[in-house]
Ligand binder design. Structure first.
Ligand SMILES: [Zn+2]
Length: 308
């Protein structure tokens, strides 16, 4: 597992950062000139972070050099490479900005909030693109005879932001009994009607599943969409949590508390694209469930999204 000491030792110079990036396939080691079919020369100038490629043959000599960073994870990087890797580790570890500044082993230049935000946004973007495709690739949850609990919850409800009321975001959650593979979707248009919820359920839950929900009316048509539908009536004074046939939604409901606590650092009320935070959450949860190394998984997401 990566830790801050190993990060510090591995990425303490620009040269070590570049060779790591080459080994990981984040940047090209060599480039062939299209005209001459010959390897180009790699120049590591001070000004350019990961260097430029230049062909020395014939008419190519007059052409301008090709930046090695273009189209890669390192395009438009304006901070030293050790800090790029440090911020990747910080993002993977889900550190707050304060933790980033406190733990930084590089004193100069001091990382501004804007810089941290910027790099975190790049990381999140790569993670979201990776996670969107990955969720589809692993397939649906549930199936005939299997039980899936489904519930919706509003995030950011009744919060005020600079005098403006924030309406919050409806999120649909789905989890199969006996599995930790939690599926979350932000409701488009922020509505939780059947027209919105059923397609989201069909995206994630296999036909024939037994679906447990509360008595929200949007779920009434589940039976006509190939599911076996069971309800728990939260307003039943005798048994508000578990129906007579044993139906309950307590696993998915207990998830909401965990997720809302997780997002406190990210100030989700201000988030312009809340669904990205939800994808990030499922990515992180998946890593925790499988005891993976977050830094390695972030590298995977970056390699998936940025191909040099
Ligand atoms: Zn050439």
């Amino acid at each position: 597992m990566w830790n801050i000491v190993i990060i510090f030792q591995t990425f303490d110079t620009k040269e070590k950062c570049i060779s790591f990036a080459e080994e990981q396939g984040l940047i090209l080691k060599a480039k062939i000139c299209r005209t001459h079919k010959m390897p180009m020369t790699l120049l590591l100038k001070k000004s350019s972070s990961v260097g430029v490629f230049r062909c020395r043959k014939g008419g190519c000599r007059k052409r301008s050099a090709l930046g090695r960073s273009s189209g890669t994870w390192f395009e438009n990087v304006k901070i030293p490479l050790p800090q790029v890797f440090y911020l990747m580790y910080a993002y993977a570890s889900h550190w707050s900005h304060a933790e980033v500044r406190k733990n930084s082993f590089i004193r100069e230049p001091v990382l501004s909030s804007a810089t941290i935000c910027d790099r975190y946004n790049y990381c999140r973007e790569a993670v979201v693109l990776y996670q969107v495709d990955h969720q589809v690739a692993v397939g649906k949850i549930g199936g005939p005879g299997k039980t899936v609990q489904i519930d919706e919850s509003k995030f950011g409800k009744r919060k005020y932001n600079k005098g403006r009321r924030v309406e919050g975001h409806w999120v649909l959650g789905m989890v199969e009994d006996g599995s930790d593979d939690l599926r979350l979707e932000v409701c488009p248009g922020n509505v939780r009607s059947a027209e919105v919820l059923i397609p989201l359920i069909e995206k994630h839950v296999a036909k024939g599943s037994i679906i447990c929900t509360d008595c929200w009316r949007a779920y009434d048509c589940l039976a006509s969409h190939g599911y076996e539908h069971r309800r728990v009536n939260h307003s039943d004074p005798d048994n508000p949590f578990v129906a007579e046939d044993g139906t309950h939604t307590q696993r998915i409901e207990s998830q909401w508390r965990v997720i809302k606590r997780f997002f406190i650092k990210d100030n989700y009320n201000n988030s312009e694209d809340f669904s990205n935070l939800i994808y990030e959450y499922t990515w992180r949860k998946n890593i925790a469930n499988n005891h993976h190394d977050p830094f390695v998984r972030l590298l995977d997401a970056i390699k998936y999204t940025y191909k040099p």
